[in-house]
Each structure stands twice: as C-alpha cells, then as structure tokens.
Design a protein around this ligand. Structure first.
Ligand SMILES: *Cc1c(COP(=O)(O)O)cnc(C)c1O
Length: 403
C-alpha cells in the first residue's frame, strides 16, 4: 500500500491533506480499500453517493448510455438532457435548467444569471452608465460555494479567499439567520441574496424559518433574487427533495450538484421563468460538457430511482434514528456539545478538534468527515438502514471514549 501512496504523493498536487487509504470499490453502504478492509460509509464522497455503491439499476442505466452516446455538446439536443431537465423541473417547481459539470460551475452560472438580471432590470446603458452596472450580491459569512474565482468571491471564509484576491467585486457579506444584517447590506444595486439553505462546510447550520421568510419578503419587495445553494443539502438529503421545501420558500435561482448525478460529475442551476426572461440569453453562457448525455442519464436515472424507491420517505423514516443516536452521544460525552442538522445531514459540535476522532473511526472501519475543525459531519448514503446507524454509533462511541 505504501508504494501507491508514495507514488501519489509525488504525482498529485498537494491541495489536500489526504488520509493514507486507497479506496478500491463499494457495495451498498460499505467501501473496501485496496487491501480488502471494509468500511461503513457515513461520508458518501462528500454527500454525493446518495444511493451508496454498486446500485444495480443505476449502474446498468449508465452502461447502456455508454454504449449509445457519451457526448455531443450543446449545439444539439440529446434525449437524457431533455429527460433530466423535465424531471428536475417537476421535482423543484422551477422553470429552466442549465446543466454544469460541478457545483462551483452551478454557482458561477447562478451569479452570472443574477448579474444579467440586474443589467436588464437597471437598464444596461442606464443609471450606472456604460458597462459597469455591476449588480451587488449579498452572501453569508461562514458560507461555502466552491473554489473557482466567482464562487470564492461569495464564500464567506477568509481562509479560502485571501491568497486569491482580488476576486469579483460588488459582493457584500451578512450573517446567516440574522435578517437585520442582510437588510443592512441592501442598496439600490443589490440584485441577489445567496445562501446555502443548510450551511455544510461552515459547520452544519440550517437556515431558520423566520429568516427565510423575511429574506424572501425583502427580495420580493425590492426586486432582488433569492439564490439558494442546494449543492450539498439538496437531492433528498434533508428529507425533502430540496431543503427549501421544508420552509415553503421557493428560490428564484437554485444551484445543485453533488448527489444529483449519484457520483457522475454533474451540476445544474435552475431558475424561474421570471428570471429567465430577463437574464441569460443565447451567447451569454455556455459549456462544452455541461448537459452531456452520460451525465444527464445519471441525473435522469437518479430521479427515477428516487421516485420508484421512495428515497425521500426512507430518509424521513431513518433520520430520527440518526438524530436520536447523536443526541445520546451529546448527553454521554462532555466534549460533545450539540447536534445540528436536518434529515441525513447532521453535525456534532465538539469543544475540541475532531481530527483524532476521524482517524480513530477510519482505523475501526468507519468513514466520517469534519465540517470545520470542531464539527463531525454525518452525510451517509440515503439508503442506510437502522442497523447501519447502530453500527456507526457503536464504533463512534468506542472512539469518543478513547479521546
Ligand atoms: C461542494 C459544494 C460546492 C462546490 O461544489 P464542487 O462540485 O466541489 O465545485 C458549492 N456549494 C456547496 C454548498 C457545496 O457543498
């Protein structure tokens, strides 16, 4: 094993502090490394592998598509993209879909759509003159939206941004769940408010209902777009297809990725017709791979399988088991302070860094990650059963007791 890792350390850019494990295959909710060691997965490749591993119907649909057509570009239509778009629209109630290759790209597209909306709304040769209309976007402190320059510009964490500045301008930051701080950043140029419905990397902080309602009302009053990042919390993870459906607050633009392709790299941004009419038009945005038949077949089949197998009903049924088991750990261990989250996206806040807990779990065959240095994150495949929650709790309890 060491030889693989030594080779990898020489070849790959050191942008991650990787764990010294080489994963080889998965089956159900278990992963196997190259030495055949078995791990229970509560990580899902960062909330991506919603159906776990080697899900037969899904794999077969992909294999069929490989034999038909992999790529054709957006100069033409393709059947899987048409199907996937129709199904995403039905699941979300949004009106228009643009497929991307990643979450960061979905955010980039959402930002461009918002800027173009402002450009049209404010009259492009109008009040701000010439080419510098520059609609302002309000994003949240502690947010995470991806690593490209635009996505970094709205990521409210100096650690990710600092070395790369200047990023795109006219971005202002406010505090999640603090309506007054959002309101305080609004100017006549504001074109969008952007946040994760449930902050992931920032520490598993769900939006509060009152905050969502107040921001939505403000947006409607001032012709500002509400952009929700559902990249991590979307696709059934919280017990609704999209987390905003818990609140009854529909965004004007939504960004998706991670689980929508079940492991195939694909993202999307969706918008309502009202936004589409005033924003991106022919020639304004594009991508070579985005919407390719292979990636879209993954999205289309994921949505079919979600419906056929009532994955969301399953999440609603199993999530209370996970919540209860995490609550027990909060009461058992002094340094485990609180549980937060929705559905199968949960965090345990500890008063100490959790790096040791994560390596201890890996050693004992449980894959977990953190969300910030003090928070353990639980994002298992959505198809876990109660027995897997019990198995996870048993391993984690032993590891926590060793700390
Ligand atoms: C992962 C993530 C992104 C970025 O997605 P990539 O596919 O890594 O570019 C953006 N927003 C949120 C909330 C995420 O969790």
């Amino acid at each position: 094993m060491q030889e693989y890792i030594t080779q990898a350390e020489q070849d790959l850019l050191h942008t991650y502090n990787r764990y010294g494990i080489v994963f080889d295959r998965g089956e159900g909710v278990y992963l196997y490394d190259k030495e055949g060691k078995k791990y229970l997965d509560f990580f899902s490749g960062i909330a991506v592998n919603a159906l776990g591993y080697h899900y037969q119907d899904f794999d077969e649909a992909l294999k069929e598509q490989i034999d038909k057509l992999l790529h054709i570009s957006n100069y033409f239509y393709n059947e899987p993209a048409i199907q996937a778009a129709a199904k995403l629209k039905k699941a979300s109630g949004m009106d228009r879909v643009f497929f991307t290759n990643s979450g960061a790209e979905a955010i980039e597209g959402a930002l461009k759509a918002a800027r173009k909306y402002a450009y049209t709304r404010d009259g492009h040769a109008g009040s701000f003159g010439g080419g510098s209309a520059g609609g302002e976007i309000i994003a949240m402190n502690h947010s995470f939206h991806g690593r490209t320059m635009g996505a970094l510009a709205v990521t409210g964490n100096p650690r990710y941004r600092e070395a790369f500045e200047p990023l795109i301008g006219n971005i202002r930051f406010a505090d999640m769940n603090d309506f007054e701080s959002v309101k305080g950043q609004v100017t006549e140029k504001t074109c969008a408010v952007l946040f994760e419905t449930l902050q992931g990397e920032g520490g598993i902080y769900p939006a509060e209902k009152g905050f969502m309602e107040q921001v939505k009302a403000l947006c409607e009053e001032r012709d500002i777009l509400l952009i929700l990042d559902e990249i991590q919390c979307g696709m059934g993870r919280t017990g609704e297809m999209f987390a905003w459906q818990h609140y009854g607050i529909k965004p004007d633009i939504m960004a998706c990725a991670k689980a929508i392709g079940g492991g195939v790299p694909v993202g999307a941004f969706l918008m309502t017709e009202r936004v589409a009419e005033k924003s991106l038009a022919a020639g304004d945005h594009g991508t070579t791979y985005g919407g390719n038949p292979f990636a879209c077949q993954a999205v289309s089949k994921m949505l079919d399988l979600f419906e056929e197998n009532d994955i969301i009903g399953h999440v609603q049924k199993i999530a209370p088991c996970l919540e209860q088991c995490l609550n027990e750990l909060v009461s058992e261990f002094d340094f485990v302070k609180a549980r937060r989250g929705l559905g199968l996206m949960q965090g345990l806040e500890c008063s100490v860094p959790v790096g040791g807990v994560i390596s201890g779990c890996l050693e004992k065959g449980l894959v977990l990650i953190n969300a910030g240095s003090n928070i353990l994150r639980f994002v298992p495949p959505l198809v876990i059963e109660k027995e897997h929650v019990d198995e996870m709790a048993e391993i984690l309890r032993t590891v926590l007791a060793d700390q």
